[in-house]
Each structure stands twice: as C-alpha cells, then as structure tokens.
Design a protein around this ligand. Structure first.
Ligand code: C2E
Length: 414
C-alpha cells in the first residue's frame, strides 16, 4: 500500500510541480526489548507505538509498517524537508512518555530518516532507500532524525561495501588474531594473553580493529565476528595447553555483544568444544557497554559460568562504583592515557588512588600501555598487580608469542 501511495503521490507531484516527503523510522534497541520481554512484549510495544503514531497523524496521511520494527509515514500534501522535520519532532515527542508493557515501564525511542521528492530521489524506490540512509545517519548521531543529504550517499556506499567485505572476510579467514601478554608485576612473568583482532584486507593490507569493528557493531556482523574471535582464541589456548604452556586468554567484547542473549550459551559451547576451563577465559568490557539492563543480565550469566570479567579503560569513563560492586568483575584495567602520563609525580598521584580504589573493591588492577622501564618500576612500587604494553611485548601473531613466552625473561613461569 505504501509503495502504491508513494508512486501516486510522486506522479501527482510531478504533474503539479510539487514535492513529496517520506519519513522512515525504526526503533532503537528493539532487539533488547524482544530479548528481555519476549516476542509478545515486543509485539505489544509495536502495537502501542503504532497507536501513538496514528493518533498524531491526520487521517489523510499514510502510515505503514515496513517490517520488523520499521515504520514509514507519508504525509499528505506538500511538507518539504521542514515539514518533514516538524513531523519527526512531533513523533519523537509523542513516543517520549514510557510504554506500559507486561507490567513494566519501557522507554522506547526511534530514529527517523527523511527524504523529499524531487531533491532526494525521482522514484519511490530511491526515495525509500535515501530515507533509510538518513535514518542510519540519525541513529549514531543520537539526534532522533536526519534529512537525507547527497554526500551521505558516499558515506553509505563506503560503509555498505566495507560491511559486505567484512562479512566475506569472517567466512574466509581473512581475519587474524594477534596476542599481547599480560605480566604479573610481583613475579615478573606472563599470566595471560589478550587477543586483538586484525583484518588482512586483500587491497588495504593489515587493518587495525578501530577501522572495522565500528562497522561490525553497526549491524549484526559483530555476532559472527565475536564468535570467530572466541573460537580462534580458545583453539589457540588449547594448542598452548597441549604444548605445556599454561596461559589464560582474554578477548574484547562490544556493548552490542552484551545485549545478545545467546552470547553466554555460545561461549559455553566454544569452551566445551576446545576443552578450556572457563576460569582460563577473561573478557574485557568498557563501561559504556555495561549500563543497559539486558547487558547486566548477560554479564552475570558470564560470571556464573566462571569467566573472568575485566573493566577496560578504567578511569576514562564514568565508573559508577555502586554498579561495579554489583557485577562479578575481577579486574580493572587502567586506561593507557593515565599510564602514559606517569613519568611525573603528578601522573603517579593520579594512578595511585586508582590502584587503591580497585584493591579496596577487591579487584586486581592491570596497567595498559606501559612503554618504558621507568613506568614499569613506578607501577610496581605503587602496588599495581599486572601490566601490558609495547615495552613488555607488542601484540604479535600466536607463533611468535609462543617463542616469546618460552624465551623472554617475562615469559611463562618454568
Ligand atoms: P583495547 O582493548 O584498549 O586494546 C589495547 C590496544 O592498545 C590495542 O590496540 C593494542 O595494540 C594497543 N596497545 C597495547 N600496548 C600499547 C602501548 O604500550 N602503547 C600504545 N600506544 N598502545 C598499546 P588495537 O589492537 O589496535 O585495538 C584497538 C581496540 O580495538 C581495542 O582496544 C579493542 O577495544 C578493540 N578490539 C580489538 N580486538 C577486538 C575484538 O576482537 N573484538 C572487539 N569487540 N573489539 C576489539
């Protein structure tokens, strides 16, 4: 029906030299709602959102559900970008009050993309596609809505290309893991290794994670990517164990992983497959990723399996200490920006209380990004438990690290 009305509206506008405005929206975090309240709860939310939209639109406007949690609105008559933006603001305001779903109060939010005929597309399909692009621009910007701008098209094409290539890369072993050791400062020996993913891109060479993890996080690719990282890390752990190298492994998880209710089961299965004790696996998480309620549930589940949790970038965010105390964390990792400033007294006076705070909460403290002997000595003197950094060993391929662990003074305990 939407396609039909959109085509009609475009034909009329063409004849009368007028414009047509299309709004496309989807809900933010709808998957989490489904995961926590079940599909019935998700359905109820969609119905209530639809009712609120309906009550704010005019009877002559068209509203459609595109599928899943995506809706479209086609206002009757000429609205232009400004009119579209006004409708978007009205929609955002209408959805602000919480929804009562399954005895719970749920805060829903949407991202809205706006495209206008003839400026942003000459036919219905192009207009829909461009409204969609604008919606994806609105989402991370957190502004609620965005009007299509042609330069977004380049951004969109590049992002789509990268995503398609990454999907291929995961299935064709183009990803590689490098491992960086973590050294216990008391005994001066390696107690674990952190897996860091890279992409051996056929044209662009070895790409660092910052260049493709955000693209994976923007869609569900982060799931297969994380599965791949976990699988290869645990496999490597098994190989090390079999060659007599008893070392724990750590992986990084994205916030997006934590709202995936299947993550603990998948992790458990991979631990079983590679016969690795859960206590040998650590996961590093950033503060931002643990704030959502479904994430906390997943974290508790991971903790209950016996997996170690570490809070990454400690000090750089807004650590809610109460929050930390309630979660099964074992370790905090002081952000390398603080460690880099440790050459002076002032820098030490910032890091020391962070270490003390971690210890007061019963947590181990790791320093990230140690780049010289002086920093290492100072960290040891102020009671830091362990350290990672280029000075000790940069992230390197597994085969190189195996040799390093056997030969370095900081290698494994004999
Ligand atoms: P991170 O967890 O903070 O990882 C540490 C980063 O610091 C790594 O960068 C590492 O190479 C770098 N590093 C280590 N020692 C030093 C040092 O002494 N000095 C300096 N300047 N840097 C040091 P990398 O490998 O580029 O990773 C960047 C980020 O990408 C990671 O930050 C992590 O957040 C993310 N990441 C890496 N692998 C994965 C993964 O498998 N999954 C997810 N979700 N994220 C990943």
């Amino acid at each position: 029906m939407l396609n039909d009305r959109l085509r009609q509206a475009i034909l009329t506008a063409q004849r009368e030299r007028k414009s047509v405005t299309l709004l496309v929206m989807d809900m933010n975090g709808f998957k989490e709602v489904n995961d926590t309240l079940g599909h019935e709860g998700g359905d109820q939310l969609l119905q209530q959102v639809a009712l609120r939209l309906e009550s704010l639109l005019r009877p002559s406007d068209t509203m459609a559900r595109l599928g899943g949690d995506e809706f479209a609105v086609l206002p009757a008559g000429e609205a232009g970008s400004e009119g579209g933006a006004m409708t978007a603001r009205k929609i955002l305001a209408a959805l602000e009050p919480p929804f009562a779903i399954v005895d719970r109060s749920i805060q829903a939010s949407v991202s809205i993309g706006i495209a206008v005929y003839p400026d942003h597309g000459q036919d219905a399909l192009t207009l829909l596609r461009h409204a969609d692009v604008a919606m994806y621009i609105a989402k991370p910007a957190g502004r609620g809505y965005a009007v299509y701008a042609p330069r977004q098209a380049d951004h969109d094409t590049a992002r789509l290309e990268l995503t398609a290539e990454l999907r291929h890369a995961i299935g064709h072993d183009e990803l590689v893991l490098h491992f960086q050791p973590k050294i216990d400062l008391r005994i001066g020996k390696t107690i674990g290794v952190e897996a860091l993913v890279r992409w051996r891109h056929p044209k662009r060479g070895l790409m660092p994670p910052d260049q493709f993890i955000p693209a994976a996080e923007g869609n569900d690719l982060i799931r297969p990517l994380t599965r791949w990282v976990l699988d290869r890390t645990l496999r490597q752990c098994r190989l090390w164990l079999e060659s007599g190298l008893d070392v724990g492994v750590a992986v990084n998880l994205s916030g997006r992983n934590l709202v995936d209710a299947d993550l603990p089961t998948m992790t458990r299965e991979l631990l079983d497959t590679w016969r690795v004790d859960p206590g040998k696996l650590n996961v590093d998480l950033t503060e931002g990723s643990i704030l959502a309620a479904p994430a906390i549930k997943t974290l508790k589940h991971l903790g209950a399996i016996g997996i170690g949790l570490a809070l990454d970038h400690f000090g750089s965010g807004f650590s809610s200490l109460a929050h930390l105390k309630r979660l099964p964390f074992r370790e905090v990792k002081i952000d390398r920006s603080f460690i880099a400033r440790m050459s002076g007294e002032e820098g030490i006076s910032v890091v020391r209380p962070m270490i003390d705070l971690g210890h007061t909460m019963g947590l181990k403290v790791v320093a990230a990004g140690v780049e010289d002997q002086g920093t290492l000595d100072r960290l040891r003197a102020i009671g830091c438990d362990s350290a990672q950094g280029f000075y000790l060993c940069a992230p390197i391929p597994a085969a190189d690290l195996t040799i390093w662990m056997q030969r370095s003074v900081w290698g494994l305990v004999e």
